[in-house]
Design a protein. Structure first.
Length: 270
């Protein structure tokens, strides 16, 4: 890692030495990434330390997954505009719009770092990997979900601008996540099986039992069995309560704040 440009450009000037990373996974789902650094004067990470991190990583992943279900205090989420930032060749931030700067300030590892938040680097790195694997520009922009300090979810999109050389800088769009982006993640946090996830997502779409039977080619009894398991794991007691449980925590605070802002604006114009 010390010899790579990605590592040395942002890390060496601020005194970081050897680096150790771990993906925090439960099953096939990655819930976070841990990045540990030694200072330049210290020795590198040992094999025993890497093995210890490997042992505790699954437990940390379960903790992160559980944290998604922790109730957060409703607060005014502020403006909801998407933002745009432009990355330099060394993946430092070259330019940023005002909305993007506000979203960056909401990320947990910003602004304490001299480099962009890890989520930004992840989607940019993903784009570069896709470009390296093919001579053509990727047809789909790499996307990532990230939760802000206030509990709101953002979707990050990475793409590359086309300039006179055909290869301009990397840009990242930051925008508030839509309900369809967050529902699968919230359901995964409850530890649902793949089939329970499918049934639950169709319930969230407003599908009836008959429609779920047709969509999944299973019996009505099997649908009810899966739905009972979903209720047991989430604590919901009805389909309506399940919808509220999955969506209310993310979107109700914003709906309340927007309603209050509209009421105050209307009161000011009368």
């Amino acid at each position: 890692m010390r010899d790579s440009r990605r590592f040395s450009s942002p890390s060496v000037p601020i005194g970081f030495g050897d680096e150790l990373r771990a993906a925090l996974r439960v099953g096939s789902v990655t819930w976070g990434v841990m990045c540990l650094h030694r200072d330049l004067t210290g020795s590198g990470f040992t094999a025993d330390e890497a093995a210890f991190l490997e042992r505790i990583a699954p437990h940390l992943a379960v903790g992160l997954r559980t944290a998604l279900l922790t109730e957060r205090t409703a607060s005014d989420p502020g403006p909801n505009d998407p933002g745009l930032l432009v990355l330099a060749e060394d993946l430092s931030i070259a330019a940023v719009t005002a909305p993007a700067e506000r979203w960056l300030s909401e990320m947990s590892d910003w602004p304490r770092r001299s480099e962009p938040p890890q989520a930004i680097l992840a989607v940019a790195g993903w784009l570069m990997a896709l470009e390296h694997a093919s001579e053509e520009m990727p047809k789909r922009m790499p996307r990532a979900r990230v939760q802000t300090r206030s509990g709101q979810w953002l979707i990050l999109h990475a793409s590359r601008l086309a300039d006179a050389t055909g290869r301009g800088p990397i840009t990242v769009i930051l925008e508030p996540a839509a309900p369809a982006d967050i529902a699968p993640l919230a359901l995964q946090a409850y530890g649902l099986t793949e089939r329970e996830m499918q049934v639950a997502q169709l319930i969230l779409q407003g599908r009836s039992t008959g429609q779920i039977v047709d969509a999944l080619s299973i019996s009505a009894l099997t649908v009810q069995q899966h739905l009972k398991a979903v209720f047991d794991k989430t604590g919901a007691r009805s389909r309506r309560e399940l919808v509220a449980l999955i969506f209310a925590q993310q979107y109700l605070p914003r709906m309340i704040a927007e309603a209050q802002a509209n009421a105050e604006r209307d009161a000011g114009t009368t």
